[in-house]
Design a protein around this ligand. Structure first.
Ligand SMILES: Nc1ncnc2c1ncn2[C@@H]1O[C@H](COP(=O)(O)OP(=O)(O)O)[C@@H](O)[C@H]1O
Ligand SMILES: O=C(CO)[C@@H](O)[C@H](O)COP(=O)(O)O
Length: 464
C-alpha cells in the first residue's frame, strides 16, 4: 500500500510517496513557490499539482496528508474565492495589530486562552490587520483557513465554482490540532475555538475549519485516496522524526525553529515559547526565528560563493570569529519580538572583518538565536538530551560543526530528507492502516558537544 506526504513550505512544495508499512521511499517530486511574504494561494495549488506530477501522480496512492507552513491567513469569501494574497508567517505588517490585541486582553490572558502571546506571525494578528487596514476585504471574509487546510480542501475537490468539482462548501474545511494551535484563537487545552478572540480580531464571526484528531480522515480525493487531517510543518517534522522525550528538534529552513514533543501543554507569558499542539495528540512547545537559512543564502551571495565554499571558508575562522558578531535580523525578528529590526555586524576591525570571519559570524549568529530558544525550552522544564538538526541548511557541513560549538548537548543529524513531508506521509499511513507505523530514521552524523562559551557570550553581550 502506498501513501503520500506533502510539505507545502515557504519556499517550495515537496511530495513523497512511501510504502505505508516500511516507510520506504518510492517516488518524490517538488516545485518552487514564489518569493515574498504575501502570496496568492493559487501559486501553492499550482506548485502542488506540479510536484504531484513530478512524483508520478497519486493514482496508486491510498492515503495522503498535507503538512504546511503555519499561520498564513487564507481568507475566503462566501463563494470560496481567496479574497487577497495570503499573509505568511514571516510577514511583519501586523506587528501593530499584535500590540493592540495584547493591550486589549493582556498577554497573560491570551496565553491562558490560546497558548500564544500574539506576534506578527500568528493568524489572529493578520485578521486584526485586515480589519483595520482593509475593512472592505474583512467584511467579505466568510471563512478563514491556513495553507494546509486550504490545500487539503482543494485536494478533496472543493474550491470556487468553475475551478473545482465539488464547489465552495466552506463547512467542509478541516484542519488538525497542530495548525489550529498556531492561529491564536484555538486552545490546545480545551480543544475548542475561542470565538470571542476571532471576533475581536476580524470584527465578525466566520467559518473555521473543523479540527480533526491525529488519525482522522477529512474525506477522500476524487481518485478515492483518504485525506488525513494534515499538520503544521513543524508538527509534521516531529512526526516524521518520531521525536520523543529528550529530543529537541532544531529546523533551519526559511524559519529557524526549536521544538519538542511534550505530554503537557506549556505556558510562557513572555511569548518566547509558543504553546502549540503536536500531530499525535500531545503538545509541541516551539520557539521560532524569522532569520535562518536565508542568512546563509544572503551572506553566500555577498561573498560570491556557493554553499560548499561558504562552509570551507567559515571553518577557516576560529570559533567566535575573533569577536565579529552578526545579529542576523535581515527580515526583522520574531524571537525576540523585534519586527522592525535590521541586521547589525558588531566587532569589525581590520583583523576580524574578513571573508572567513563574516561567513562564520553569519552561521554563529543564526545558531545563537536558536540556542536561546533551547534555553527557553529548558526554563519551561523541557529535558534536552540531544538536538536533532534538520531543514535545508542542516545539509551544510559548517552549520553542523558550528552547531556542536554552540549547543551543549550532542547534535544528531538525520539523513538529509523531507521530514515534514515524511511526517505527513506517516500520518497518511496511520489513517490508512489504522495504527501508526514505525519507520526507521537513518542518522548521518553524531557530533559530541564541543562547546566554546565565548560564542554565545559575545552574542548575548550584543543583544538589544
Ligand atoms: N547546503 C546548504 N547550505 C546552506 N543552506 C542550504 C543548503 N541547501 C539548502 N539550503 C537552504 O535551505 C533553505 C530551504 O530549506 P527548507 O527546509 O526546504 O526551507 P522551507 O521549508 O522554509 O521552504 C533555502 O534557503 C536554501 O538556500
Ligand atoms: O511560523 C513558523 C512556526 O511557528 C514557521 O516554522 C512556519 O511554519 C514556516 O516554516 P518553514 O517554511 O520555514 O519550514
Amino acid at each position: 500500500m502506498l501513501v503520500a506526504g506533502i510539505d507545502s513550505s515557504t519556499q517550495s512544495c515537496k511530495v513523497v510517496i512511501r510504502d505505508a508499512e516500511s516507510g520506504a521511499l518510492v517516488r518524490e517530486g517538488r516545485a518552487s513557490h514564489p518569493d515574498g511574504t504575501a502570496v496568492d494561494p493559487a501559486a501553492w495549488w499550482t506548485a502542488l499539482r506540479e510536484a504531484i506530477a513530478g512524483a508520478g501522480g497519486f493514482d496508486d496512492v491510498d492515503a495522503v496528508s498535507v503538512g504546511g507552513q503555519q499561520h498564513g491567513m487564507v481568507a475566503l469569501d462566501s463563494e470560496g474565492r481567496v479574497i487577497r494574497d495570503a499573509l505568511l508567517w514571516n510577514d511583519t505588517r501586523s506587528a501593530g495589530a499584535a500590540r493592540d490585541l495584547i493591550a486589549e486582553f493582556g498577554a497573560e490572558e491570551l496565553v491562558a486562552r490560546s497558548g500564544l502571546v500574539p506576534v506578527a506571525s500568528f493568524t489572529i494578528t493578520k485578521l486584526r490587520w485586515l480589519r483595520d487596514a482593509e475593512p472592505d476585504n474583512a467584511a467579505r471574509v466568510a471563512a478563514v483557513a491556513l495553507p494546509h487546510d486550504w490545500l487539503s480542501w482543494r485536494l478533496r475537490g472543493y474550491g470556487p465554482a468553475g475551478e473545482s468539482e465539488l464547489g465552495p462548501v466552506l463547512e467542509e474545511l478541516a484542519t488538525d490540532r497542530s495548525d489550529a494551535s498556531g492561529t491564536g484563537y484555538w486552545s490546545s487545552t480545551t480543544g475548542e475555538y475561542d470565538r470571542e478572540l476571532l471576533v475581536a480580531a476580524l470584527g465578525h464571526d466566520a467559518i473555521l475549519p473543523r479540527v480533526l484528531g491525529p488519525a482522522d480522515s477529512a474525506g477522500r480525493t476524487s481518485a478515492g485516496a483518504l485525506v488525513g487531517s494534515g499538520a503544521g510543518d513543524n508538527a509534521g517534522a516531529a512526526l516524521g522524526l518520531s521525536a520523543g522525550p529528550g529530543d529537541v528538534v532544531v529546523s533551519i529552513g526559511t524559519s529557524g525553529t526549536v521544538f519538542s514533543v511534550s505530554e503537557e501543554p506549556t505556558t510562557d507569558s513572555s511569548g518566547t515559547v509558543a504553546g502549540f499542539a503536536d500531530a499525535t495528540g500531545r503538545f509541541l512547545p516551539l520557539s521560532a526565528t524569522l532569520n535562518a537559512a536565508r542568512v546563509i543564502d544572503t551572506v553566500a551571495a555577498v561573498l560570491g560563493v556557493d554553499f560548499d565554499e561558504l562552509a570551507t571558508i567559515a571553518l577557516e575562522a576560529e570559533p567566535g570569529a575573533g569577536g565579529l558578531v552578526l545579529q542576523p535580523y535581515f527580515d526583522g525578528e520574531r524571537t525576540p519580538d523585534l519586527p522592525d529590526a535590521t541586521a547589525t555586524l558588531f566587532g569589525m576591525t581590520r583583523a576580524t572583518f574578513t571573508r572567513p570571519g563574516l561567513a562564520r559570524a553569519a552561521i554563529e549568529g543564526m545558531l545563537c538565536g536558536l540556542a536561546d530558544g533551547l534555553d527557553a525550552h529548558r526554563a519551561l522544564g523541557v529535558q534536552a538530551s540531544r538536538v536533532l538538526l534538520i531543514g535545508g541548511a542542516a545539509m551544510n557541513p559548517a552549520v553542523r560543526e558550528i552547531a556542536s560549538t554552540i549547543f551543549d548537548v550532542p547534535v544528531t543529524v538525520p539523513a538529509p530528507g523531507e521530514y515534514v513531508a515524511n511526517g505527513a506521509a506517516r500520518q497518511a499511513a496511520w489513517v490508512a492502516l489504522g495504527s501508526l507505523p514505525d519507520w526507521e530514521i537513518e542518522t548521518v552524523a553524531e557530533l559530541a558537544p564541543a562547546t566554546v562559551p565565548v560564542v554565545r557570550e559575545q552574542y548575548a553581550a550584543r543583544r538589544v
